[in-house]
Design a protein around this ligand. Sequence first.
Ligand code: B12
Length: 331
Amino acid sequence: MTHVISDELDLFLAHIGRADEVEALTLVRNLLGSGVPGERVLTDLVIPALRTVGERWANGDWSVAREHGASHITGRVVHLIADATPRPRSAARVVVCCAQGDWHGLASTILAALLRVRGIEAMVLPPGTGAGELARVLPDAGADSVAIGCMVSTALPGARAMVEVARRVGVPVLVGGPGFGPDGRWAGLVGANGWAQDARQAADMLASPDWPTITTPAPRLRHLPDAAHDSVGLLRTPLVAAGMAALVPIEGQRSDSTMRDGLVSAVDALAVSLFLDDHVLFVDFTRWFADVLEHRDVKREALAAAYRAFAAQLAHMPRAGSTLTAAGAVL
Ligand code: B12
């Protein structure tokens, strides 16, 4: 049956790429009607399609508007699948949300749809619901678990704040999404009780008798040797200004809002890398970001010059300096 969906994937991408909601919904309705299980439509059509949308945006083939249109229609498709699939009932009830600072609500919607298809009750909190709101919602939600998604690593401190809130009231936390790093390497630091590599594994774990029913408060973060992450966050504006100034002498270099927004993301990624005390986050960010910028006619040497300007501003913070040097080496 695998070929059925791979044949449909290109067609689905074509529909969502021209914002053709009617055709996209019809295609999915037909798949469900021909007996393809809802879970497979999610894992073999919807998720691969979104990954391709992301690649096309990253390499500059699709505009932001085209990506937004495609993602919006995909959200409608996810609701269609959830509504059309019979749901066995289990006793488990999960609150699904995004890490504070992460706006990828569609990923939570997809996970919630898959959990419901498996019979697990899922209550979705929209992106923008922070740790404070979670603290207010949890006592009345009757939740056995909280599932926190994070697609961008810059939201990891926000994920940490939410984990602390949930665990403080004894509710165990499962996390997932690429923001937690390769093989979920930062899930433990954030204090999660578990990490799932995909939505199917998340459903298996939450339904497993080994999944905890109650938990202790999150272990304290003991690894931070200084407050460099906070300082870098506070210095964001002067750092971006210094980075922009470093671009001026580079011939043909754009110094517009794309570049400014990019440097803001770079400073945020540096701060989170220091928060986790792990160079890997900033080095991975730099590799990905240099590719994205190259597709937008920004030279790698421009990013390297901005990083040298950051390092000069942060000369009093040895951990920031060594992190910038490690990332500069991949440029
Ligand atoms: C749609 C989209 C957006 C939309 C989100 C709209 C919405 N309503 O959700 C908008 C436009 C808001 C957006 C914004 C941004 N985005 Co975006 N986005 C995407 C896109 C195309 C799809 C996201 C999605 O829903 N994926 C579907 C999920 C379900 O797929 P998945 O990751 O494979 O998930 C599996 C596992 O990770 C796991 N899992 C996922 N979530 C969870 C949660 C839990 C609890 C568990 C247990 C498991 C789990 O299970 C899943 C299924 O098996 C992705 C591309 C991609 N590869 O996904 C980019 C992507 C995530 N975005 C990206 C970026 C860079 C951004 C921006 C920074 C862009 C910008 N400059 O503004 C901002 C960040 C905003 C923020 N602070 O969050 C990058 C991240 C790259 C990186 N290295 O950090 C990606 C990968 C695009 C790319 N190829 O470069 N984005």
